[in-house]
Each structure stands twice: as structure tokens, then as C-alpha cells.
Design a protein around this ligand. Structure first.
Ligand code: SAM
Length: 174
């Protein structure tokens, strides 16, 4: 199981990027996202709408505080993988990250509290340059899963893309 914790969502500033965090988590094989920060019902709804149309078992939920979430996942035996430009290079820690244990991948927003760095089992950098939680999450999931997530089937999809050399083909079932 791979869950993703999104820290510190702000409705006014993060709507688009947090939505992309959730869509990347779903498309790249994570099982769920837990949103923290401000409660954004329209974001939860739009991610659920995507899952409803495009299938799969992906879950999204909101929790007000991140501390209880980290505690919950620690108690469940998950390894906490915090993505940060200050962390150890992902390419050097892949063996540990590919272990069979369940993982909670944590992505931040503007400022991540120091406590998160302490609680995390791994602080992992996708390069040491500042970029984006969306890119960091996508690369991390893809490296952990060796690309097999790109072949995943999403059950009970109402819409499926039929890949085309040119143009778009979508099969819709009711
Ligand atoms: C706007 S960035 C803030 C950059 C931040 N100073 C940091 O610690 O990575 C928001 C989030 O993107 C992710 N992120 C950005 N650059 C990253 C990198 N090079 N490696 C891993 N994660 C990164 C982190 O999860 C970070 O909390």
C-alpha cells in the first residue's frame, strides 16, 4: 500500500497544484491521498469525480492536522517517506524505498515544520533543487514501482482511452 499525505493545503493558493498532487498519486499507483490544511470540499469532489469516470479504487480524505495522520500511519507500520530538496538522493535510497513495507509519502507546501523531518523514516530529495511536489511525487512513485504503474488497469472505468498515434479515442460505457 502507498498512501500520500499532502501537507498544508491553502484553498486560495494551492487548489490547482493540490489537485495535481492527487491526480498524480492516483495515476501513478498510490492507493489514497490524505489532504491536510484547509478543508476543500470542491477539490475532494473533483478528485472523486475523476475516479468515478476513470475507474480504480483510489481514495481521498481530509484530516485537519498532519500529526495524528503521521501517528496513525506509524502505528499501522507504514514507513514515512518525506520528499524534500534537502533530503538524501532518491537514486541512492532506492533499495530501501522498494522494500515491501507500506509507505506514506509526504509532500509539503510552502513551509514544512521541522518535526516532519524528525518523524520521517526517510527524507528524500529528487535532486537538490527546488521544484514541485507534483514532479517529486511522480518521480518517486515511478522509481519505487519501476514504471509498472503505467500499465495499471483501472477497474470499473466509465471512460477508457484507446491510445492513438494521432487524435483522441475514448470508449465510454454507461
Ligand atoms: C514549493 S516546494 C518547497 C520546497 C522546499 N523548500 C523543500 O523542502 O523541498 C513544496 C514541496 O515540493 C516538494 N519538493 C520540491 N522540490 C523537491 C525536491 N528537489 N526533492 C523532493 N521534493 C521536493 C517537497 O515535498 C516540498 O515540500
Amino acid at each position: 500500500m502507498i498512501s500520500v499525505l499532502r501537507l498544508g493545503h491553502r484553498i486560495s493558493r494551492d487548489k490547482r497544484i493540490s489537485t495535481h498532487v492527487c491526480l498524480v498519486a492516483r495515476a501513478f499507483g498510490a492507493d489514497e491521498v490524505i489532504m491536510t490544511g484547509e478543508k476543500d470540499d470542491s477539490l475532494l469532489r473533483s478528485v472523486n469525480d475523476v475516479s468515478d469516470s476513470w475507474g480504480g479504487e483510489f481514495k481521498i480524505r481530509y484530516e485537519k492536522g498532519w500529526r495524528p495522520v503521521l501517528k496513525e500511519f506509524k502505528e499501522k507500520g507504514y514507513e514515512i517517506v518525506h520528499l524534500t530538496m534537502y533530503g538524501l538522493p532518491i537514486q541512492k535510497k532506492l533499495k530501501e524505498l522498494k522494500s515491501p513495507s507500506d509507505k506514506l509519502v509526504v509532500v509539503g507546501g510552502e513551509k514544512v515544520p521541522g518535526e516532519v523531518y524528525e518523524i520521517a523514516d526517510y527524507n528524500i530529495g529528487v535532486g537538490s533543487q527546488p521544484h514541485s511536489e507534483v514532479a517529486a511525487l511522480a518521480i518517486t512513485l515511478d522509481r519505487i514501482m519501476d514504471g509498472i504503474e503505467l500499465d495499471a488497469a483501472f477497474d470499473n472505468a466509465k471512460k477508457r482511452v484507446v491510445p492513438q498515434k494521432k487524435g483522441k479515442k475514448v470508449i465510454e460505457s454507461r
